[in-house]
Ligand binder design. Sequence first.
Ligand code: SF4
Length: 373
Amino acid sequence: MARAAYVHVPFCAHRCGYCNFALVAGRGDLVPSYLQAVEIELRQQLAEPQEVDTLYYGGGTPTQLGPSGLRTLTELTAHWHPLAAGYEWTVEANPADMTSEMADMLAAAGVNRLSLGAQSFRAEKLRVLERDHNAGDIERSVELARERGIAVSIDLIFAAPGELLAEWLDDLRRAIELRPQHISVYGLTFEKGTTYWSRRMRGELLQAEDDLERDMYISAIEELAAAGFEHYEVSNFAQPGRRSRHNETYWRGDEYYAVGPGAARYVAGVRETNHRSTTTYLQRVLAGESAVAEREQFDDESRARERLVFALRRLEGLRRDEFQQATGFAMDELAGEAISKFTSYGLLADDGDRVRLTREGLLVSDAMWPEML
Ligand code: SF4
């Protein structure tokens, strides 16, 4: 039974050059239709309210709904996804949108975790990333959340075009100084279909060299460990007891509900993904049609393989006996060959009971998963 729910909010003021998420830029006029569609979709999917332990509003930029739009969304989810005692409720926020009115609204609704798309504290890097906030906005957002007892997670991007290692270290230190409960770090990627991709093809933007990107990632692991953060997933670091419980649902391979354009849900062994285009999503849902664009029924073996790959992203890795108990499959029956190969390359550590990524494996993990799926 799913105990986690995700709500995709597809609005941003502007589409940043590197971003390939499902969203619309500068279309605040669609907010009322979106809120209506989410209500319809929740009713279609759930039929009756489903209690959850974790709720996550992601985007896009949920705070682009403004305090009043967000309040409406919180009322909808409060009805359809009542929160169990000890819940975790995360809202992603653009630091530029965080005012005391917004923070008051979030706290009054019961939001207890704010995920800030900070990316950098440096004006030049934020300009290159096409972000519309500044370091002062990040500091103010953290303070507004802290005053209201809301935990903070800070997202940072490294390996931006032209970025030096010393500049990245400065970003890390400034994030640590703000004493957030959680920090996520992501290497900048150039994805097909983004303006960054075409600008790189035209030679206007230089991608960081592999060695520099690697040094930046390793320095993040070291700096954050020294500051008391536990590295618990490839990109995620938490103060003790402050891991993202919602994201752990995905990494454990557990089921979850989801609504909104492009949102993917995994319920009763079926993965469904909604239409990515916000306008198509709205047209379909408001006309009483299904938002679903793709449906994939997983057999037991594919479920087990997915679980293996997601679980290996976590630094604690996966115990053979737990995996067998959870899935009915022996880990070696599914991926024994790949595990031995990657262990011999020094990318996985295997003590016979547990398999986990090594430091080297962390650096190339994305290239390893296809061989296990
Ligand atoms: S603010 Fe975030 S979600 Fe919106 S366009 Fe920029 S990177 Fe993408």
